[in-house]
Design a protein around this ligand. Structure first.
Ligand SMILES: [Zn+2]
Length: 144
């Protein structure tokens, strides 16, 4: 037996060919990685999935298959769906919290506008050109 076999070929107890489809994605130093995907999807299906993908996508596909398989082994009923559901709930909570904070900001801004409108010093006196050319603003209320 060749000791440089990939994890898949070691697991399947076969010779690892030079063009082994598993070899780049299931290195011999991580046998658990292939054990997970083999248990959930089967070696033949994983090989077909990798073979049908462009080479640049195979690494991510292998990572995804491994992750989903490990979650399925950990939680046989829901697998990765439980995690997705939990994340979706967190997103919904964050959206609600954001909407609540935006509403609070709108209320505070509306109160400020009402306070400013009710403040007699908010609006400067109309400029009466016929009587005077100077303006008299009372800005003291703005700086307390
Ligand atoms: Zn191999």
């Amino acid at each position: 037996m060749n000791s440089s076999r990939c994890a898949a070929c070691k697991h399947l107890r076969r010779r690892c060919p030079s063009d082994c489809i598993f070899s780049p994605y299931f290195p011999s130093n991580n046998p658990q990685r292939f054990a997970f995907v083999h248990k959930i999807y089967g070696a033949s299906n994983v090989g077909k999935i990798l073979q049908d993908l462009p080479v640049n996508l195979r690494s991510k596909a292998a990572d995804t298959l491994c992750y989903e398989a490990s979650r399925r082994i950990e939680d046989p009923v829901y697998g990765v769906v439980r995690e997705l559901t939990n994340l979706d709930e967190e997103i919904q909570k964050a959206h609600c919290q954001l909407a609540r904070i935006r509403a609070q900001i709108a209320v505070i801004q509306a109160r400020d506008e009402v306070d400013n409108v009710n403040n007699p010093n908010f609006f400067p006196p109309q400029n009466d050109v016929s009587n005077s050319t100077s303006f008299n603003y009372d800005l003291s209320a703005w700086f307390d």
